[in-house]
Design a protein around this ligand. Structure first.
Ligand code: MN
Ligand code: MN
Length: 446
């Protein structure tokens, strides 16, 4: 018997490599196609239907084992399986977010300057702005036309880019701090260059509008009723000679959303407790709004699952894994982390008692009892897990949806996969962690 706590690198066991790589292949395929909350929602709906999940409709009675899903405004999806126990005995919830940092178009984005058509943007979520220039960007999202038709631009083959000043002429720029070197209003995207010589004014803008109108029926006014985002235009890639890691845009937090979803899909028989996977929007901006975790859409979902029971009693008995990514130890940047209390790539899902900043400000801080419940559950199911905090004290900080579940009187703990380069256009995650996190969610939801 060892008296020491120690987490282990899952890759030490080579026998599991085929299973790990297989789980990662499914994830990479998902990540290739899903770069916004709307595309994730559509993907999960389609896959869930293939697994026999049906819409959770108003007034419909569920039986134990019934598989259901419900979509919130195209931007969030809740999926679950009715358990054998009544919901007043508690629901087992896994909550993750499917929005990621990116660059949104402003409602009036298009203008022309010096024979270039440009798009004005407003970045979404916490980004190092200088990381988003001079990389290929894809345009994703929807536009609702005057007549009500929805045009989905996802999957188009356009490429966009934000230019940056050449090094030769950057003497003044190089003296600026990193937060100032690229300003928010300079995150403008090149959108066209060929002029329409028939137009009276703004000849390039006019040509772009003609192109959009001919192809999609879009007029300039329609950008106002749209959700259009620029996201990195790279496919996920296996990283390193051994292909052990995955570089991709949007691991935060699609890696937790996907692993929770996959775990739910693996459940065949009715679980003891009703299982619910909440894949929500707007975490990167504070979880507010109709499609975020603070929305009472969760209450609507629970009232449809258990119409005759008190939501307060259900929440009081429920447990939640707030699934979100964490900062893995990076040998290039050891200072802002604290080695003994941080997660490592490939050591399995990381359980985090509290997040927040400064003196734990803005945290949910799981109870010792909740920590014990989950560490014991994972130990009993042979899950390789680790514990870690988001950085050293006073290094910075961050939050997740945990506090919004805690505020609802649901016992909640944070769990997630450690990343390198979180919130960069290309984030790094381990295949081994994807494999083990699916197993961890399955042990809780089954
Ligand atoms: Mn996150
Ligand atoms: Mn984030």
């Amino acid at each position: 018997m060892s008296l020491f706590y120690e987490s282990k690198n899952i890759y030490e066991n080579k026998q599991e490599l085929p299973a790990i790589f297989e789980a990662a292949a499914g994830y990479m395929d998902f990540m290739k196609h899903c770069k916004t909350e709307r595309s994730c929602t559509a993907y999960f709906k389609k896959k869930a239907e293939e697994h026999g999940f049906l819409p959770l409709e108003k007034g419909k009675r569920l039986q134990a084992g019934d598989k259901f899903y419900i979509i919130n405004r195209g931007r969030a999806i809740y999926l679950g399986i009715k358990g054998k126990l009544p919901e007043s005995e508690g629901i087992h919830i896994a909550a993750a977010h499917i929005d990621s940092p990116r660059i949104d178009l402003k409602p009036c984005p298009l203008y022309e300057s010096e024979e270039l058509a440009l798009l004005k943007t407003h970045y979404y979520g916490g980004i190092k702005k200088y990381q988003w220039t001079t990389i290929p960007l894809a345009l994703e999202g929807i536009v609702i036309l005057e007549d009500g038709t929805t045009v989905d631009l996802s999957g188009n083959d356009y490429t966009f880019c934000i230019s940056e000043l050449l090094i030769h002429l950057s003497r003044k720029e190089m003296e600026k701090t990193a937060s100032k070197v690229i300003e928010g209003e300079n995150l403008r995207v090149i959108a066209g260059h060929i002029p329409d010589m028939e137009a009276d004014k703004d000849k390039v803008k006019s040509a772009v509008l003609t192109l959009l109108h001919e192809k999609y029926g879009i007029k300039e006014k329609d950008f106002i009723s749209a959700e259009l985002s620029l996201v990195p235009k790279f496919d996920p890639a296996e990283l390193g000679f051994d292909k052990s890691l995955i570089a991709a845009y949007g691991h935060d937090d699609r890696i937790c959303a996907y692993t929770a979803f996959e775990a739910l899909m693996q459940i065949e028989d009715a679980p003891e407790h009703t299982a619910l996977v909440a894949l929500v929007d707007k975490e990167e901006t504070g979880s507010q709004g109709v499609s975020g975790m603070q929305s009472e859409f969760l209450e609507l979902v629970v009232s449809r699952i258990a119409p005759e029971e008190s939501i307060l009693e259900i929440f009081n008995a429920s447990k939640c894994l707030s699934a979100d990514v964490n900062a893995a130890f990076d040998p290039l940047y050891p200072a802002p982390t604290e080695k003994q209390n941080c997660c490592r790539l490939s050591h399995g899902p990381c359980i985090t008692k509290y997040t927040g900043a400064g003196g734990k400000s803005g945290t949910s801080d799981a109870t010792a009892e909740t920590m014990h419940y989950f560490t014991k559950l994972f130990d009993e199911n042979g899950i390789r897990w680790q514990t870690g905090l988001l950085g050293a004290v006073d290094a910075g900080g961050g939050g997740t949806v945990a506090k919004f579940m805690g505020n609802r009187n649901i016992d909640t703990v944070d769990i997630g996969i450690g990343l390198l380069s979180m919130h960069a256009p290309l984030e790094i995650a381990s295949k081994a962690d994807i494999y083990e996190t699916i197993r961890a969610f399955a042990s809780f939801l089954k």
